[in-house]
Design a protein around this ligand. Structure first.
Ligand code: C2E
Ligand code: MG
Ligand code: MG
Length: 751
């Protein structure tokens, strides 16, 4: 049956379609259906996987169709004779998934759509006619519509189905017949039910409000996140969720966006019923009707509080050191770049700090203690710098501090000296007292150090030199310093060669005792190195190089061996003579050192109680317990222990209490200018009374003049070492010195 495009049939068609639309709209008045429409319009919410499920739902199709029809109606009013549009409308009518037919008072079909033809194609014409007649008979002024269900065998599908027929009476005694295949209806219903379940159980919170923002629907996820039930929030506005974190401008902007664009989305802190605040990603969309009036607002949200924490954690991982929580490499580089690019009268200074001997602590005491030490170190570092200074962990035991200084030279000195001092104070790690020192390299922003990379590299170089110069000090980068480092590297190369060629010597400096009369009581073995082209290289230059390169172990053994061997020649002259050898921290950390010393002394035929081991306080820095254990082992076989350079290190009297030392050597820095320094005199006097009380012998080093000797006599000093008596001598000259002293009973001065 073909439709004829006349004006009256147009009206029938439009009315028919409006009717269908109205039925569908009625079905969609539930918020869930409106949500389906919303989801359908928001393909970006793909994660819900709802679109695929609802795309085919006829309800949606009906609804869209209804909208189109309303538009069509308006169009008809304004342009009724537009034949192209009319054609489109017939197309629409023919594609409608509901059988539609216009029927006259004689039960004759005037016009029908494609679905009608398909639904009735296996149905005899008489049967249709009979159904229509039955329906027309049922219609009355009280009930202008009637329905009947027709059992129908679909030959094509070879299945039985039921068709629901619905007849509506029009004012002009015409009728509209609608037919829906029940199987088809079931499919739609199932899909609608699935969609509803999905929305209700969706993992994201959904709420629907009236245009005045009063809530009319919330899903399960909403209830779980907020703690409010549907009943509790129905009629309330979303402001019950306000956390108080955002100001009014935030909500005004949201409102403005909804009014202007019908949409708002972003992060928002809300509050649960329990009062707990949470962060959500919220998307609000206004639903509008054909006249543009807002019918509803739909809000969909996902709680992202956990993600925010993860984000924060990731940010921390990316920018902060996991162990110490200080800024990490990447972060400090950014911060330095920021500082040097900000114009300022002040100059940017960078401190590169390295913990001396940290590796040894880590290796001997374990990484756990090492890590805790680093954490404690970082805390101390942070507490001892200004808030504006930027501390960071560069890696391992290396730290960087950046700051701006108006007066770089004095500011750097102040900061560095303070850091050197505070880091010397003991750390308590797992009930262990650990003492450390740091070496600091400094670089200031200048033409030669004008980038982040150059600043760090040069400060690192300066730090390296500070290490090589004996640690526990700071060096400021300069071209001269660079030259010095190059020299140091050269020394290292030569030293390796010298050790291989065994070209190092040992000299001995006499130690004098005045009780009961002047006498050489001992000799100190000191390393000597004469290089064929560089000439005499003092220990002050090569010992720090040997220490920083690890060559000290080998060098120390060479010197100790030579000293022990040569000493036997002097002990023949005076059997009361004692030999002192220097033993520094790195040497003592050698696990075989105790065995080596005992074995070497025995091999040289020296009695252990004739040997004094001169240690410095830095021996106690890293692992006091291990150092004490080794020293006690040496003491137990007869070696004496002498504390060298007293007054230059930590001078922590607790070491004296803890370890039974035999001798203490006051550093020569206290002797220099002692004649004019009442302070130095007072210090030396105090040390004497302490060592007297403890029964420790006290030697004063570096006596160069008669005046110094006289002052020291007055202070009741009895043991000396210094150029006034003798410089360090090679063994043959020492033998002469000892022989002449023994024969004359006088001390030959200034040899
Ligand atoms: P130290 O153990 O304190 O040795 C004393 C230093 O003071 C020696 O310097 C000695 O020559 C110097 N000295 C002694 N009397 C005077 C004086 O009246 N005036 C002045 N200005 N100096 C005096 P040296 O030989 O240059 O050694 C420097 C340091 O190098 C030693 O200080 C010691 O710490 C280290 N050292 C030297 N040889 C060895 C060695 O074989 N092993 C180890 N581990 N260190 C050594
Ligand atoms: Mg010494
Ligand atoms: Mg000394």
């Amino acid at each position: 049956m073909q439709a004829s495009p006349t004006q009256s049939t147009h009206q029938v068609t439009i009315t028919l379609l409006l009717l269908i639309g109205a039925i569908v709209v009625a079905r969609l008045t539930h918020p869930v259906e409106r949500l389906k429409q919303f989801l359908y319009e928001h393909p970006s919410l793909e994660q819900l996987h709802i679109d695929d499920l609802i795309l085919g739902a006829l309800g949606g199709a009906f609804f869209i169709l209804t909208l189109l029809l309303l538009q069509m109606k308006n169009h008809y009013r304004s342009a009724a004779n537009n034949s192209a549009e009319k054609h489109q409308h017939y197309e629409l009518l023919s594609q409608l998934p509901v059988a539609v037919a216009a029927v006259n008072a004689h039960s004759q079909i005037q016009i029908s759509n494609q679905t009608f033809s398909e639904l009735t194609r296996h149905c005899p014409h008489d049967e249709i006619f009979s159904i229509i007649s039955t329906l027309i008979d049922k219609v009355s002024p009280v009930a202008p519509h009637a329905a009947v269900t027709q059992k129908h065998f679909d030959l094509f599908k070879n299945s039985e189905t039921y068709i629901n027929w619905l007849l509506f009476r029009q004012r002009d005694e015409n009728y509209v017949l609608l037919g829906v295949d029940e199987n088809h209806l079931k499919e739609v219903t199932t899909e609608l039910s699935i969609s509803r379940q999905i929305i209700e159980q969706a993992p994201i919170g959904i709420l629907v409000t009236q245009p005045d923002m009063r809530i009319e629907y919330v899903n399960d996820a909403f209830q779980q996140v907020t703690g409010y039930s549907l009943k509790e929030v129905t009629g309330a506005t979303p402001s019950i969720l306000q956390s108080g974190i955002h100001n009014q401008t935030f909500y005004k902007e949201m409102q403005h966006s909804l009014q202007e664009t019908g949409h708002w989305q972003g992060e928002i802190w809300n509050k649960r019923k329990s009062g707990e605040q949470y962060l959500e990603w919220l998307s609000i969309t206004a639903l509008v009707d054909l006249s543009g009036e807002v019918t509803n607002y739909i809000g969909m949200f996902s709680e992202i509080t956990a993600q925010e924490h993860v984000k924060q954690k990731l940010r921390n991982l990316a920018y902060f050191d996991g162990l110490t929580s200080l800024a990490n490499r990447a972060h400090i580089e950014e911060l330095i770049a920021e500082q040097i690019n900000t114009a300022d009268d002040r100059i940017f200074c960078l401190l590169f700090i390295d913990i001396d001997g940290f590796k040894r602590i880590n290796d001997s005491l374990g990484h756990e203690i090492g890590d805790e030490l680093l954490v404690a170190f970082a805390k101390r570092l942070q507490h001892n710098i200004r808030e504006t200074d930027i501390p960071s962990r560069w890696g391992g035991d290396e730290f960087i501090i950046g700051f701006k200084a108006s007066n770089p030279s004095s500011d750097i000195a102040k900061v560095c000296e303070n850091l050197l001092h505070i880091m010397k104070q003991p750390f308590w790690v797992k009930d262990r007292e650990l003492s450390i020192t740091v070496s600091i390299g400094v670089c200031t922003h200048s033409a030669e150090s004008n980038s982040v990379e150059a600043l760090i590299r040069n400060a690192d170089t300066a730090m390296y030199l500070a290490k090589r110069k004996g640690k526990c000090r700071y060096e400021v980068f300069s071209q001269e310093l660079h030259k010095e480092l190059t020299e140091n590297l050269e020394i290292e190369g030569h030293l390796r060669k010298a050790l291989k060629e065994q070209s190092l010597d040992v000299h001995f400096q006499p130690q004098i005792t005045t009780t009961p009369h002047y006498k050489v009581s001992g000799i100190e073995a000191l390393a000597r190195w004469h290089h064929s082209t560089l000439g005499h290289i003092p220990p002050g230059k090569f010992i720090p190089v040997a220490e920083s390169t690890g060559l000290i172990g080998e060098l120390g053994r060479v010197i100790i061996k030579q000293a022990f061997n040569q000493f036997s020649q002097c002990s023949d002259i005076d059997h009361t003579l004692e030999l002192s050898v220097n033993l520094n921290a790195t040497q003592l950390s050698d696990p075989d050192i105790v065995e080596f010393i005992i074995h070497t002394a025995a091999a040289a035929g020296i009695s252990c109680n004739k040997v004094k081991l001169e240690i410095t306080e830095d021996i106690f820095i890293e692992d006091i317990q291990a150092a004490l254990k080794k020293l006690n082992m040496l003491k137990s076989v007869g070696f004496k222990i002498s504390l060298d350079d007293f007054g230059t290190g930590y001078s922590s009297l607790s070491y004296l209490k803890e370890f039974d030392i035999d001798e203490l050597k006051i550093d020569r820095s206290f002797v220099k200018g002692i004649e004019r320094s009442p302070v130095n005199q007072a210090i030396i006097k105090a040390i004497f009374s302490m060592t007297d009380f403890m029964g420790i012998r006290c030697i004063v080093e570096g006596i160069e003049t008669q005046q110094q000797l006289e002052v020291l006599h007055e202070l009741n000093s009895h043991h000396f070492q210094g150029f006034l008596f003798s410089k360090p001598l090679p063994i043959m000259e020492l033998i002469d010195y000892l022989n002449s002293t023994n024969s004359t009973n006088h001390l030959p001065n200034k040899k």
